[in-house]
Design a protein around this ligand. Structure first.
Ligand SMILES: [Zn+2]
Length: 220
């Protein structure tokens, strides 16, 4: 089952967090609950893969537990057109490894890494990572950096939120860790990929989630 993410053509507000998403927002339509921003839809850890390399797209899609097709309404053609795919970072990485013979893929990856680094505020990430490690001493090696980078990218995308996010309140750290554990350590993404409703998926993984958090909170 393909999840569909739409690029809107009109002013949109997220029905969950209430964020004003502007005119060209990326949203998930969640039935009666309306439009969700990618953060509320738990899809904001996915990377956008534009079209142009069929082999890379096919492999990335294969390796990605959770993926979504990005669609945009074409006024001229009066239909939704595919803009690309949202895939997991490690799926894209693996697909790129497999396409490594292709020098273009390597170059695109370097460009993407450079872009990502430009957005990341190194000091903020380091501070965030340190606090993750303090709160969760049993967290696997290097995972605190992964969590911190994602949190930093997320807040940098949300203009106006960055100021409060940078206060690094314990709640922000805990929420970032919970979101990460759900994606990385439970079957949550698989459930979403299978079409399970988000609340139901969260409910199904809550025991595993708590077990992992409890383990991480203990000294490693
Ligand atoms: Zn939202």
């Amino acid at each position: 089952m393909d999840l569909k993410v739409f690029i809107t053509t009109h002013e949109t507000t997220c029905s969950e967090c209430g964020e004003d998403l502007g005119r060209h927002a990326w949203i998930l339509l969640a039935g009666e609950r309306g439009a969700l921003c990618l953060a509320c839809a738990d899809l904001d850890h996915l990377l956008f893969l534009p079209p142009g390399d069929a082999a890379l797209t096919r492999r990335a899609n294969q390796h990605s537990t959770l993926s979504a097709v990005v669609l945009k309404w074409s006024r001229a053609r009066k239909r939704y057109e595919r803009q690309g795919l949202l895939v997991e970072a490690q799926a894209l990485e693996q697909a790129e490894k497999e396409c490594l013979a292709d020098a273009d893929a390597r170059q695109r990856r370097q460009e993407r890494d450079a872009q990502r680094r430009a957005i990341l505020d190194a000091e903020y990430v380091a501070r965030f990572a340190r606090q993750v490690r303090e709160l969760y001493p049993g967290c696997p090696e290097d995972r605190e950096t992964e969590i911190a980078e994602h949190a930093c990218l997320k807040y940098s995308r949300r203009v106006g939120r960055s100021a409060t996010a940078k206060d690094l309140e314990e709640d922000a750290i805990r929420l970032a860790v919970i979101a990460h554990v759900r994606h990385a350590e439970t079957s949550y993404d698989q459930l979403l990929a299978d079409g399970c409703e988000r609340q139901e998926a969260r409910f199904q993984v809550v025991v595993t989630l708590d077990q992992v958090l409890e383990r991480w909170e203990k000294q490693g």
